[in-house]
Design a protein. Structure first.
Length: 253
């Protein structure tokens, strides 16, 4: 009788153990399925990041400003579409790593309102394409809030239309065309033509990716080359009046 009770108890315990094991396996499968689903929903370049890198950008925002030559039409749509696919962009009811601001529409025609636009954000970096006049003043106002003007994140300006010295003094890196017309109307026309040959969206993607990987640290010329692309030849910008070579302004072709 005792033996029968023992075997019955053992059978019950075995059944409980098997049931518990099956339940745990089911929970693991559900967790794996949830992780797979989350991964599938991730933007393309976010998928390539390590877990530590993903954690490092939690709560961060990559601020991208579209200015002259890139603030309307196909050029604007291409950049936004690519950034959404690669990193996810903010929009009404949707979260994303990238916040795209378009000048003049999002600034009431005043680029100096930039500080108020990002005051609730913790920037990963700021990338400005076709910076309009007075952009350097908007950046200076932001930097003045930090000790020694060090914001803790990189600021990149591509193809600026703003004052050159002002741009160089407020951006960590400036990239522009090697042969740029003097006349503003000709410049905008050149930008439109050149943008068909230069993958601007890829440049912005590279800038954001590098900011995630190294926070803007590292050799500035190496960073400039990586953003411009290995197929491009970059050179330090040379001031036409002084003949001095800039340390953070590069041209490419």
């Amino acid at each position: 009788m005792k033996a029968r009770i023992f075997f019955m108890a053992a059978a019950v315990l075995s059944s409980v153990a098997v049931t518990g094991c099956l339940e745990k396996k089911a929970e693991v499968r559900e967790a794996d399925a949830e992780t797979t689903a989350q991964s599938a929903e991730m933007p393309e370049l976010i998928k390539t990041l390590s877990e530590d890198e993903r954690k490092s950008i939690e709560g961060k925002t990559a601020v991208v400003i579209l200015g002259h030559g890139y603030n309307e039409g196909a050029a604007r749509e291409e950049i936004i579409s690519r950034l959404d696919e690669s990193f996810g962009t903010e929009s009404e009811g949707k979260e994303g790593l990238v916040m795209v601001l378009t000048f003049p529409d999002d600034f009431n025609s005043k680029i100096t309102t930039l500080e108020s636009k990002i005051k609730e954000k913790s920037p990963l970096l700021i990338v400005i394409i076709g910076a309009p006049e007075r952009t350097h003043r908007a950046l200076s106002a932001i930097q003045d809030k930090f000790e020694d003007g060090n914001t803790g994140y990189p600021i990149y300006s591509f193809f600026p239309q703003d004052d050159i010295l002002g741009t160089q003094s407020t951006a960590d890196l400036v990239l522009d065309y090697a042969h740029k017309p003097e006349n503003i109307e000709d410049t905008l026309g050149a930008d439109e033509t050149a943008s068909q040959e230069i993958d601007v969206a890829k440049m912005v993607e590279s800038a954001i990716f590098l900011a995630i990987r190294n926070g803007g640290a590292g050799n500035i010329q190496t960073t400039a080359q990586e953003i411009a692309g290995a197929e491009r030849t970059i050179s330090p910008y040379v001031d036409s009046e002084t003949g001095l070579h800039s340390k953070n302004h590069f041209t490419f072709e």
